[in-house]
Design a protein around this ligand. Structure first.
Ligand SMILES: *Cc1c(COP(=O)(O)O)cnc(C)c1O
Length: 233
């Protein structure tokens, strides 16, 4: 856990935090020999209301993550009306009965992890003529309670998405086990993406985004370190 995790909501100035984090990431990238700006920050705004999100938008930030379809549908249509160039990313589990809303609401879906969902997404994308970019979620720690495919199952699923469902996969996403050193998980995800010829890598959260940046992330998903502690729901 980093010291960021103890920031209270009132302490956190989202715009200032984003600027600071951007600077830290660019230093980490330089150290790792990666180009500045090669990691996008997904500002995870789940549980925070529109009033809390607006300062980040006003400061020019445009990439946001939400983990629930329902909550995103309640908050984002109004915000997107004011900021049409926002990129909204679904980072939480997706049930097939929410696929219609998810395809309509999100620009990127990071939690694709099973054939039934792939089939439903393909049908709905065809119907709406809207094609959110898709990431496969990988359960790198093979935790039974966690969403995502076991690493060994990813290549066959990737091929099935392409050949059976006509889905183009853009990248991989993982959430390492809380108690583990995240570095081996990030390294594994990066290697898997490389083997599949995928360029998108969503990994790293408030406690470990610099490690993820150094290990090849293209998107880090940061909530607490930007917005402060989440209000309890
Ligand atoms: C909530 C969440 C995050 C952000 O977590 P923080 O520790 O607050 O940065 C990142 N990824 C996923 C999938 C999440 O659900």
């Amino acid at each position: 856990m980093s010291s960021h995790d103890v920031l209270s909501e009132s302490d956190a100035d989202p715009a200032a935090n984003l600027a600071r984090i951007r600077g830290e990431i660019d230093s980490a990238l330089k150290e790792a020999g990666r180009p500045a700006g090669s990691v996008a920050i997904t500002a995870v705004s789940k549980f925070h209301d529109a009033a809390r999100i607006r300062p980040a938008l006003e400061a020019g930030h445009r990439v946001f993550g939400e983990n629930r379809v329902q909550e995103a549908m309640a908050k984002w249509p109004d915000l997107k009306a004011d900021y049409p160039d926002v990129e909204l990313r679904l980072i939480g589990p997706l049930q097939t009965n929410k696929v219609k809303e998810a395809v309509a609401t999100f620009d990127v879906i990071e939690s694709l992890d099973r054939p039934k969902l792939a089939r439903a997404l393909a049908a709905e994308m065809e119907k709406q003529g809207r094609r959110p970019r898709l990431y496969i979620q990988v359960n790198t720690g093979e935790e039974p309670q966690k969403a995502g495919l076991a690493p060994a199952d990813v290549p066959a699923f990737f091929t099935q998405c392409r050949d059976e469902f006509g889905l183009e996969i853009k990248g991989l996403m993982c959430i390492p086990p809380l108690e583990d050193d995240p570095a081996p998980h990030f390294a594994l995800l990066a290697k898997m993406a490389k083997n599949l010829g995928l360029t998108g890598l969503s990994m790293g959260m408030s406690g470990d985004y610099l490690i993820a940046a150094q290990l090849g992330a293209t998107h880090v998903r940061i909530g607490t370190a930007i917005f402060g502690a989440r209000p309890v729901h």
